[in-house]
Ligand binder design. Structure first.
Ligand code: IMP
Length: 202
């Protein structure tokens, strides 16, 4: 008897799928990328991480009839009133990429004193049993840092070369990937989700 519980991941990112599979398959879940079902990308119209994660999970569940997991993440900069926030990936406009986003971030913070450049990464992970689930599991993580103007380090992605960690005396792009997972907003949210699914299954 195949009693594996199928789950759809509302992301096309193979790295995210691998990371989630490694944690959830031991719990008896069988994970599928939404691309396997030709799920159309949901438009991220929310203004909060939690709204966008719910939009993506609901879209995947609605198109597949399976329980779904989605995430949303970004960086909030205090001196920019929390921007770029949910717009982190598209901060510098159409055609934005990591380099253009970081250039814009540095431009906006050039005249802000170092001690006022506080920032945090945030991640939200949502699990929905079905598209009309009124009480999704919502897990959050946050990671405090400070923006530096000169990039440092080659690991990670996105804003990592500018995300300075006072606790470690380096940027998140200078951490090895295992250490980043242990500390990061996404790692925190993931571990919480695993615990809550484990409890649910018990
Ligand atoms: P998404 O959640 O995959 O849509 O990512 C949102 C955006 O937030 C990314 O494109 C990055 O710009 C930024 N971001 C989220 N997490 C990280 C991180 O761990 N390091 C660097 N940038 C991140």
């Amino acid at each position: 008897m195949d009693d594996k519980r199928k789950l759809v991941i509302a992301s096309g990112n193979p790295g995210k799928l691998r990371e989630l599979s490694a944690l959830l398959e031991p719990l008896g879940y069988e994970l599928h990328a939404q691309s396997e079902f030709d799920v159309p990308e949901a438009e991220e119209t929310g203004t909060t991480f939690v709204e966008n994660a719910i939009i993506k999970a609901r879209n995947a569940a609605a198109h597949t009839g399976l329980p779904a997991i989605a995430d949303d993440s970004g960086i909030e900069v205090d001196a920019l009133d929390g921007a770029p926030g949910v717009y982190s990936a598209r901060f510098s406009g159409p055609g934005a990429d990591d380099a253009s986003n970081n250039t814009l971030l540095v431009e906006k913070l050039r005249d802000v004193p170092e001690q006022q450049r506080g920032a945090r990464y945030r991640a939200v992970l949502v699990y929905m049993r079905h598209a009309a689930d009124p009480s999704p599991i919502i897990c959050e993580g946050s990671w405090e840092g400070r923006i530096i103007l000169e990039p440092r380090g080659d690991n990670g992605f996105g804003y990592d070369p500018h995300f300075w960690l006072d606790s470690h005396g380096c940027t998140s792009a200078e951490l090895d990937p295992a250490e980043k997972n242990r500390l990061s907003h996404r790692g925190q949210a993931l571990r919480e989700l695993v615990q809550r699914l484990q409890r649910k299954a018990a």
